[in-house]
Design a protein around this ligand. Sequence first.
Ligand code: GLV
Length: 337
Amino acid sequence: MPKPKVYVTRIIPEPGLEILRKYVDIELHKSKEWPPTREELIEKVKDKDGLLCLLTDKIDAEVMDVAHNLKVISTYSVGFDHIDIDAATKRGIYVTHTPGVLTDAVAEFTVGLLLAITRKIVDANEVVKGGKWDKPWNPFFLTGPELKGKTLGIVGLGRIGRAVAKKVKGFEMKVIYYDVYRNEKAEKELGVEYVDLETLLKTSDFVSLHVPLLKETYHMIGEKELKLMKPTAYLINTARGGVVDTNALVKALKEGWIAGAALDVFEQEPLPPDHPLTKLDNVILAPHIASATIEARQRMAELAANNLVAVLKGEMPPALVNKDVLKVRPLEKVKMI
Ligand code: GLV
């Protein structure tokens, strides 16, 4: 039997490619940095049984409709807001993602942003390297709030939200959370307290977002929510840019409704260099790198490859997004290996 044909839209870490090579014929978009153009993507998927894509590839009904043989879309990301899940399910296409393997990387980075924004670490670096350390030590220079005893509000107590709660325990912070699902087991285990979103926004010194981008979470932090936050509070976003209304956030930061923000994700990526956010002193900006540990990126490659291969073997993949697809096209109908 010929091997299944798979299009991989970017060079991913070798352990993932190694798994794929054993089972499938790979057509690789040979770039580490640039995604295929829309035209290339549409051309390449036409005869493919599988697609391994990144969060920069928009996979909608138009792409799926030209890919008559497509059985699986495996994204090298935990987020899947770039894929039209309903369209895939209707067409019997399995969608998989990479949860779990990047949880600690993202949680560690979130804690990093918490420290960086409060202790002005980025400004401090700029002072020294930029030759602006021109006065002796003084008690007021680059001071910021202490974490101990402060309240961290976690929005979304999924894998990453829980990992953040666990990691900040050492800072002796009070941790509260809001989620559409209350998790009493996690409350006991992590010593976190469930509150509604309004209470969380009103009482937190730091609000950290850990929800996926869905229709329900789009712009869930807008003008009204930012106005509920304390003027001394900080917003941290390592989830998805679309969870926050950027225009409202710029206004909030300019007008002092909140003290500052640390952002790793944006509604538009890359963020244009002249974007208003880049002009503000009370923000720290990172280029969507929260999962960027070497270990996490390798595990993501392995999991994305294993997901894809499992579906083509007619086996349950480790991380299936659209469980309803099992009713539309059972696994034995997609088995090729
Ligand atoms: C990164 O943002 C991911 O979704 O994996």
